[in-house]
Design a binder for this molecule. Structure first.
Ligand SMILES: Nc1nc2c(c(=O)[nH]1)N[C@H]1C(S)=C(S)[C@@H](COP(=O)(O)OP(=O)(O)OC[C@H]3O[C@@H](n4cnc5c(=O)[nH]c(N)nc54)[C@H](O)[C@@H]3O)O[C@H]1N2
Ligand SMILES: Nc1nc2c(c(=O)[nH]1)N[C@H]1C(S)=C(S)[C@@H](COP(=O)(O)OP(=O)(O)OC[C@H]3O[C@@H](n4cnc5c(=O)[nH]c(N)nc54)[C@H](O)[C@@H]3O)O[C@H]1N2
Ligand SMILES: [Mo]
Length: 760
């Protein structure tokens, strides 16, 4: 990659020819041009395979091509013809590979053979599967169960995930952290006390009935581009779309649908956002309180003049609790405090509230811009308060719509990957499999990091993911990671976590979801749950990258057999022969969610799990939907830090999937050529003595005895509010203190890191 970044305004819409060009470039670079045909016939289609990129819903009546630029990129990178073979590892020491970038590592292609790290030669060496499983089993049998961690990134199927959580619990621990702990855990913690469900209430069909959409902190054009289809259709019905995002993200501005030849020819975009507000990072609670204040004023006025009320008072009275206290709180909060904390003007928030007040059915969409803050839980609950004011939950066209990350991250939680014992039907598992499951809570991601630092973790099993790269506090974590006794990484591509080795480290290569998974009873089907709680079957279509690869269910089963005493009630081998039998077991454990599981596999659009809040049944302690009071107006940190401290947002470019970096182009933001950049407000940049395109050093502004700093960033003037700056994840994770997480969920607060930017 070149060193210097170029920044020019990207004057093209999202989608359109830019995305078509990018698609061809990536298919050629990955030698995966032949995959283009399957993309059209099988990608996200009933009877085909489900994309491994985002978790957005798959429609019952799909488009001619139901994929986006970034889903296609993810597929090309999965089915690439490039291979990381034993020969590659013989040529490169691990110390050498530690100097490679994330991009360079994954660009080498698919892992093909099980490997063990040999410290003597500093190389990964090939082992047989049998040797690997024997050694792992023997090691695992030597620890106390709570010394082991079973991490899951959110891609593995429902079948694999169910087997994996059972492996951990039979082994004796609830140490089942997952990527969700860094992502939508804040949602899982915020929603249950508010509306009695941990997931969103919106179905795809609600977009056909809504008459107003709000979005907070989600970058649709890059991270869930297929969501642009229902948004475009809604815009054509003249539905207003109101966006809150400190950055002016192209995806919320303009979209040309590559599925529409007419629009491709004219290149005339659909304008997505009808109102766009740029709060400061963490300014959303204040913005929502401001909107609530404006709604109360409109409602007062309606009452005084005898017009139809703005708030849904009947809904509030029948279905909710806590409104009077919230109302007092909102009335007592001054516009001066709101404007200062939101970074928005009263008139802007009144305009947003006016749009909200006119709608009969509002959908609220959100992403990491709300969840990854110190008071992320409060921000989401305040958003629910707004919806409750208008009765916008549990009716067609309305509801809360968290946009999940990994393609099956929500489903993994549904089938038992959770460190919190109360979230899992342990009694049922106990009866089904004749064992006594652990009842104590296990460790979440941040707690695993704390335990690794304290020397309490001896074994880490990673079902996918790039743990060491995705977590905060990189320097200390990499140092302490080396003291773990056993690291087992089930993976598709080489990444940094594989190179920060433990005392004994195994790399176990596996199939991807789009590949044919042939077992004793024939090619297997797996299942996933999308962001809207719909369950879909997925059938691999591509030939496996190597004959030596094992499927994820098989790897999990073999580790289990090598580690646990035999249990006739847990038929690991039968499960691997026929994944339908795993689905039967899932149905037995979760009968309400998975009724007639195998019979409903091919329901077009997936079959939805029941979500009581959709029917206005509130499974909260008091049986009501609850207004919750936010603890503060800023979701980030106190304002009494000195004015030179900025709020650093760490985010994704258009050319990456989390820690997998596809290239150095952030096309939609007009940034090319380097990822080591910091986007700044021009006035801040001048005030802090930095030159445009000059070099900067980022230093974390906390006083906890640890010095965290990174140099070599190129400063780019960008359209974002004063006091806020932005740079890329995962590069910046070395700057985030481990304790800088959301209260209640422990999701690392990656969207407001207190930072000083200095000339370098
Ligand atoms: N192509 C692609 N798709 C992906 C991923 C990927 O890396 N690449 N990752 C997947 C995963 S795991 C996830 S979780 C999702 C992530 O998808 P998003 O939720 O979109 O996450 P981010 O890219 O981190 O961007 C968050 C957005 O929030 C804005 N933001 C930051 N701080 C604030 C704030 O305080 N308030 C408001 N209102 N906005 C704010 C940022 O400007 C940015 O636009 O995408 C999934 N899909
Ligand atoms: N600063 C900062 N940090 C963040 C975030 C942020 O916005 N800012 N976002 C957070 C979020 S939302 C998330 S979800 C986490 C992501 O954290 P993780 O989920 O741990 O990381 P990924 O980058 O998605 O993992 C990529 C690796 O997964 C493996 N892999 C890919 N596909 C498969 C498969 O099908 N099976 C198996 N077994 N392995 C596979 C490949 O080897 C690849 O290298 O990062 C978090 N960290
Ligand atoms: Mo995520």
């Amino acid at each position: 990659m070149t060193e210097r970044a170029r920044h020019e305004n990207y004057d093209q819409p999202v989608g359109g020819w830019g995305s078509a060009k990018s698609l061809l470039k990536h298919s050629t670079e990955q030698h995966a041009v032949s995959a283009l045909a399957a993309l059209v016939t099988d990608h996200n289609k009933t009877g085909g395979y489900m994309c491994t990129s985002c978790a957005w819903a798959k429609p019952a009546e799909p488009h001619a091509a139901e994929f986006c630029e970034n889903g296609a990129k993810a597929t090309f990178w999965d089915v690439t013809s490039k291979r990381t073979t034993p020969d590659f590892f013989a040529r490169h020491t691990v110390s050498e590979l530690l100097g490679w970038s994330d991009y360079e590592l994954e660009k080498e292609g698919r892992l093909t053979h099980p490997m063990r790290y040999d410290a003597g030669s500093d190389h990964y060496v090939e082992v047989t599967w049998e040797e690997a499983f024997d050694a792992i089993g023997q090691k695992l049998r030597g620890y106390a169960p709570d010394e082991a961690v079973f991490y899951a990134s959110g891609r593995a199927s429902l079948e694999t995930s169910y087997m994996y959580q059972l492996l951990a619990r039979l082994y004796g621990t609830n140490n089942l952290p997952d990527s969700s702990n860094m992502c939508h855990e804040t949602t899982s913690v915020a929603l249950p006390p508010s509306i009695g469900t941990p997931v969103g209430t919106v179905l795809l069909e609600d977009f056909e009935h809504t008459d107003c959409i709000f979005s907070f902190g989600q970058n649709v054009g890059t991270n869930a581009p297929r969501l642009l289809h229902p948004l475009q259709v809604a815009r054509e019905r003249d539905v207003p779309i109101v966006v809150f995002n400190p950055l002016r993200e192209k995806g919320w501005d303009e979209f040309v649908n590559p599925q529409r030849p007419g629009q491709m020819l004219t290149n005339e975009p659909t304008r997505i956002a009808t109102q766009y507000y740029q709060p400061r990072a963490g300014g959303d609670i204040a913005a929502m309180i401001g909107m609530a204040k404006a709604l109360l004023a409109l409602d007062d006025e309606a009452q005084a003049t005898g017009r139809e009320r703005v708030l849904d008072h009947a809904f509030i009275a029948e279905h909710t609790d806590g409104f009077p206290a919230f109302e007092v709180h909102v009335r007592e909060t001054s516009w001066e405090e709101i404007e200062r904390n939101a970074g928005l003007a009263q008139a802007e928030l009144e305009a947003a509230a006016l749009t909200f007040s006119r709608a009969r059915a509002v959908i609220a969409i959100y992403g990491m811009g709300l969840t990854q803050h110190r008071l992320g839980v409060d921000a989401i609950q305040t958003l629910i308060n707004l919806l409750l004011m208008g009765g916008h939950i549990g009716k067609p066209g309305a509801g809360i719509c968290p946009v999940r990350g990994h393609s099956n991250v929500q489903g993994q939680r549904t089938v038992g990957i959770a460190e919190k014992a109360e979230l899992v039907p342990l009694d049922r598992l106990a009866e089904q499999f004749g064992f006594e499951p652990p009842r104590e809570d296990g460790l979440n991601t941040v707690e695993v990091c704390e335990a690794v630092i304290a020397g309490k973790i001896r074994a880490f099993i990673g079902l996918g993911g790039n743990f060491v790269r995705a977590i905060p506090e990189r320097e200390l974590m990499e140092e302490k990671w080396r003291e773990i006794d056993l690291s087992v990484q089930i993976a598709t591509k080489l990444n940094r976590t594989h190179l920060v080795t433990a005392n004994e480290t195994y790399l176990l290569p596996t199939l991807v979801r789009s590949e044919i998974d042939e077992q004793a009873t024939g090619p297997q089907i797996v299942t996933i749950e999308d962001s809207t709680t719909c369950i879909h079957a997925s059938r691999g279509k591509f030939q496996p990258a190597a004959e030596t690869l094992l499927s994820e269910p098989r790897i999990v089963a073999e580790i289990a057999k090598a580690t646990l005493p035999p249990n006739p009630l847990v038929p690991w081998e039968r499960w691997v022969e026929d994944y339908a039998t795993v689905r039967d077991a899932i149905e037995a454990s979760f009968p309400d969610d998975f009724r007639d599981f195998n019979a409903r596999l091919d329901t077009p659009g997936g079959f939805p799990r029941p979500v009581p809040a959709r029917e206005r049944r509130w499974e909260t302690e008091n049986g009501k939907a609850n207004f919750k009071l936010p603890k503060a107006l800023s979701a980030s940190f106190d304002d009494d830090l000195d004015a030179d401290v900025l709020r650093l947002i760490t985010l994704r470019s258009n050319d990456q999937f989390n820690t997998t970096v596809y290239g150095d182009a952030d096309r939609l933001r007009g940034i090319h050529g380097s990822r080591l950049i910091v986007m700044m407000n021009r006035d801040d940049r001048i005030r802090l003595g930095l030159t445009e395109d000059g070099r900067a050093r980022l230093v974390t502004a906390v006083d906890d005895g640890i010095h965290r700093a990174m140099g070599g960033f190129q400063v780019i003037d960008y359209d974002l509010p004063p006091g806020t700056c932005a740079a890329y994840f995962p590069e910046c994770n070395a700057l985030i203190p481990l304790w800088h997480y959301a209260e209640g969920s422990k999701t690392p607060a990656a969207k407001s890191v207190p930072i000083r930017v200095r000339p370098d």
